[in-house]
Write a protein that binds this ligand. Structure first.
Ligand code: NI
Length: 251
């Protein structure tokens, strides 16, 4: 399952392979977590999408509320600490306009997460640039889901596991030296050692997307790479930090 998720993710963020080579120097990476986005609708909410993970030994460990973005999220941990945590967020659809609610209801009306690989299936609906733009003005998160559907949003390298990088400052510096852009919303490094977690991320890779009402493809931010350093065995997430990390897909 993880191999397939990684393949789908690499397709949406081909830079991840190069970033991995720079940071992991040929060794296999250890992931802190893999993150997914969904909607709080029947059949596709967090509880449903977590099932394949629960059946593989994961359990619910944390719940998070993002008031401004109108999101709720949960994180799940495996009994084996070397297996990445799973972070799933969902848009609180009912708190948005009728237009947004109708659009997302229509978009997922035939969607059923019938297989364990549902989170690699992407989008099965046609997309329209006018609708995308209107969604974007209300919720970047909703617009992203409309374009990409059900795929990993990001993978996260666990910096503590690296041999040649000790801090996120060094990681960010090295990536910038190679020409990558770091998300600077809320500062390049979110969190602190005293909070137990520091995070940074690249800005999402822009991929060409065809809309039914446009002749030429548009470049849309797809997926990004995150980096996490943990302290004092803290395994959770920090709402204020995650709130800014979400903005790595901002247009
Ligand atoms: Ni994350």
């Amino acid at each position: 399952m993880f191999d397939k998720l990684w393949c789908v993710y690499l397709n949406l963020n081909p830079e991840a392979k190069k970033v991995q080579d720079i940071l992991c120097e040929g060794r296999e990476q250890t992931n802190d977590h893999i993150a997914f986005r969904t909607l709080n609708l029947e059949n596709i909410g967090i509880n449903r999408l977590a099932k394949p993970f629960i059946s593989r030994g994961y359990s619910l460990k944390g719940k998070y509320h993002f008031q401004a973005k109108k999101l709720f999220a949960c994180h799940f941990e495996h009994t084996d600490p070397l297996i990445p945590k799973i972070f799933i967020s969902e848009l609180l659809v009912g708190e948005f306009s009728e237009f947004l609610q109708e659009t997302v209801q229509f978009m997922v009306k035939d969607v059923r997460p019938s297989t364990d690989l549902f989170l690699t299936t992407g989008r099965r609906w046609d997309i329209n640039y006018k609708i995308y733009s209107k969604l974007l003005s209300e919720s970047e998160y909703a617009a992203w889901l409309y374009v990409f559907g059900f795929v990993p949003n990001h993978f996260t390298i666990y910096i503590n596991s690296l041999n040649h990088f000790d801090s996120l400052v060094e990681v960010n510096q090295e990536l910038k030296r190679h020409g990558y852009k770091i998300n600077s919303s809320g500062g390049e490094i979110k969190g602190s050692p005293s909070l137990g977690l520091e995070q940074s991320s690249t800005l999402a890779y822009k991929t060409e997307i065809k809309f039914e009402d446009l002749a030429a493809a548009k470049k849309i931010p797809a997926c990004y790479y995150e980096f996490a350093k943990r302290y004092d065995s803290f395994n959770g997430f920090i709402v204020n930090s995650a709130d800014k990390i979400f903005e790595s897909t901002d247009v």
